[in-house]
Design a protein around this ligand. Sequence first.
Ligand code: F3S
Length: 297
Amino acid sequence: MSNVTLAASAGFCFGVKRAIEMAYAEIEKNDGAPLYSYGSLIHNKEVTKDLDAKGLHIIESLDGIDEGTVVIRSHGVGKFLYDALEEKGMRMVDGTCPFVKKIHTIVNEAWNQGKSIIIAGDGKHPEVQGINGWCGNTAVILESPEEARAAELDTEKDYAVVVQTTFRQSKFDDMLAILRQKGLKMEISQTICSATEKRQKEAMELSQNVDKMIVIGDKKSSNTQKLVEICKKNCENTVHIETICDLVLKTFKKDDRIGITAGASTPPAIIKEVVVTMSEIENVNVEEVSFEQMLED
Ligand code: F3S
């Protein structure tokens, strides 16, 4: 049996892959007009650097920018940006993940029907800020069961509840139980992405059965941080690395059972490098680590 196991769904999810491909396709056909991404396209320095070198520059606002094309990242943005680009007559390439777009639609429709919005998620995360931008930035944002408990909510109001795509299901369930206890009238949309759930479930199972876990992904990536959190609960020897350079190889011993997973914004090449390196460690027996198929997806 192999000592090294790579989680089957480690790495790029559908939405990130789609946005990256859209960005590279735009670079390819660009004829010299200014090309921007609104915020970093994904939380990965390597990819961001490459895109910048190829002409896709990150902007944080449209101030002083009146022409060219703006690529929207998979996290999505609030309605204000769509309006501003239209007003300026600028082009948009919308890389918003369709699953995030669906949340925008739910929130916008509910808000137009007079409902109040609750978002379970991290208020500092661009996805949550973007979602809030579809209800005039009026949402109550709750990040934890403690915040749900402390929130002053109106039992006379109708609420629509959505959840950040990368949120942990068990945490969301705890928060819903608290909101129900408060007697709120609420329509709940289960908007956690199945890619996230699947990756988190695999990470949980894998980390229960190994001696050491390696989680690969940018330190700023929230879904990577959640994987680290899950793995650490089951395996105290969990390390979070951004690239192979962060891995202290001498900490791995013969016969260690090693699990590897990666966040949704980790490029296949970085995962491959870690897997290959682990296979080259003299005293670790690596057999049949199958990542080729994932690279071709
Ligand atoms: Fe989309 Fe799910 Fe990825 S929401 S961006 S496919 S984690």
